[in-house]
Design a protein around this ligand. Structure first.
Ligand SMILES: NC(=O)c1ccc[n+]([C@@H]2O[C@H](COP(=O)([O-])OP(=O)(O)OC[C@H]3O[C@@H](n4cnc5c(N)ncnc54)[C@H](O)[C@@H]3O)[C@@H](O)[C@H]2O)c1
Ligand SMILES: O=C(O)CC[C@@H](O)C(=O)O
Length: 410
């Protein structure tokens, strides 16, 4: 396919050691300028590296703030090689005409498996026993050690991960209750709790699976910890901002909680060589993991393929299906037409200005696709035009007030 902007001129910047499967997808599609970094970059270097990037791929450690995005003058799309997209200022990206994609499913099973393993370990008191053995101690005792069978698992956030945790937990004989802000279909014998307090008062193990949003920030603090049953257990593999970590450390010190498994932290090291600091360090009844809930080879390889394929599809064809901040358009191929993209602020009158432009130039529109969200309008126009006409149309489209970005795709 002929593109007005050849693929070999499109620079792809991949950070944080995303799976090599992502590189393979880009290379197979004809993208040869791929800059790959195994780590996230300090902010100054990040600003310098994004300056000439057309496509940026990150995981959870790289913060694409409005300020960083301002440096990415050539940016056409961002891929988050993970579920969470809270590390990107999504509205700022949309206002620059940049869609953001993620992988909403590929690592969910990996997180669910880890949570179940942690529930078993915590109920058996394994973290403490393991730590003691490493120090040369030996306490062979059933005291404080329980089966998971018949225990109550309370799931907060009953989405893709929460539901899978529930299904796996039931297969082990646990009783599952959940709390969500949306009405959710219960899977298996799981039951919605009356409300959050009801869940906290009934659960032996509480596990958090909410996204990071303004409403979930510190949603789990002293009040919620106090509501939990004495000796109960907390698992957090959602986001570090959801739990008040000092309040949790306090509840553990006071032995109100019997233990915890924490995978995500309010402040996480930038890279594997940076130090990890937490008030939970040194507590034998706490499993600490370095944000690896979704880090299995299966999940990472699938995420690499999923997100890179979405980015290639947008770059080659204009489809924005499953973008998290952008109007979604699924586009057919029209190889005999030329395809122009027009991204604009969603204000009245832009579409009629676009159409006037085509009728004034006597250019036949073969197909047109329009989708809007609160901020942005996205129009894809397939036209019968030669290369020169397409270039001139692009310039005229760019002059329409409210335009954020235009492209001739092919
Ligand atoms: N530890 C890891 O490596 C890892 C891996 C994958 C995902 N995650 C995190 O897990 C989160 C959840 O993933 P998912 O795929 O299940 O997401 P999801 O969107 O499918 O489910 C989230 C659920 O939380 C609910 N929710 C939102 N706000 C809530 C609130 N205030 N109270 C109660 N429920 C609320 C939503 O309605 C939804 O049902 C992700 O956003 C990500 O931050 C972490
Ligand atoms: O891989 C990561 O960096 C993040 C994993 C996880 O938190 C996600 O949001 O999918």
């Amino acid at each position: 396919m002929k593109t007005s902007f050849p693929r070999q001129d499109i620079k792809v910047l991949l950070l944080e050691g995303v799976s090599r499967t992502a590189v393979e997808v880009f290379e197979r599609a004809g993208y040869s300028q791929i800059e790959y970094h195994a780590k996230s970059l300090p902010e100054d270097e990040l600003k310098a590296r994004v300056a000439d990037a057309h496509i940026i791929g990150i995981r959870s450690r790289t913060h694409l703030t409005a300020e960083v995005l301002e440096h990415a003058k050539r940016l056409i799309a961002v891929g988050c090689y993970c579920i969470g997209t809270n590390q990107v200022e999504l509205t700022a990206a949309a206002r620059l005409g940049v869609p953001v994609f993620n992988a909403p499913y590929s690592n969910t099973r990996s997180v669910a498996e880890l949570v179940i393993a942690e529930a078993i370990m915590l109920l058996r008191g394994i973290p403490q026993k393991n730590a003691l053995c490493h120090r040369g101690g030996w306490t062979k005792s059933a005291s404080g050690s329980f089966e998971v069978r018949d225990k109550v698992l309370g799931i907060i956030g009953y989405g893709h991960i929460g539901t899978q945790v529930g299904v796996l937990a039931e297969s082990l004989g646990m009783r599952v209750i959940f709390h969500d802000i949306e009405t959710k279909l219960s899977l298996g014998n799981a039951r919605a709790a009356g409300n959050l307090d009801d869940l906290l008062e009934r659960a032996d193990v509480v596990t958090l699976h909410v996204p990071e949003t303004p409403a979930t920030k510190l949603m789990f603090g002293k009040n919620e910890l106090d509501r939990m049953r004495k000796g109960s257990l907390l698992i957090n593999a959602s986001r570090g901002t959801v739990v008040d970590i000092d309040a949790l450390a306090d509840a553990l010190r006071k032995e109100h909680l019997g233990g915890a498994a924490i995978d995500v932290f309010p402040v996480e090291p930038k890279g594997n060589d940076d130090p990890f600091v937490s008030p939970l360090i040194g507590m034998d009844n706490v499993i600490l993991t370095p944000h690896i809930g979704g880090s299995t080879l299966e999940a990472q390889d699938n995420i690499g393929i999923e997100v890179a394929s979405k980015l290639v599809r947008y770059s080659d064809n204009g489809s924005t299906l499953s973008a998290v901040n952008f109007p979604e358009v699924a586009l057919p191929e029209h190889p005999r037409s030329r395809r122009l993209l027009h991204i604009h602020r969603n204000v009245p009158g832009v579409l009629s200005r676009i159409n006037e432009l085509f009728s004034a130039g006597n250019i036949n529109i073969d197909a047109q696709f329009l989708q809007t969200n609160a901020d942005v309008g996205y129009v894809v126009i397939d036209v019968s035009a030669d290369e020169q006409q397409a270039a001139s149309l692009k310039d005229k489209l760019a002059a329409i007030p409210g335009t954020l970005r235009t492209r001739v795709l092919y």
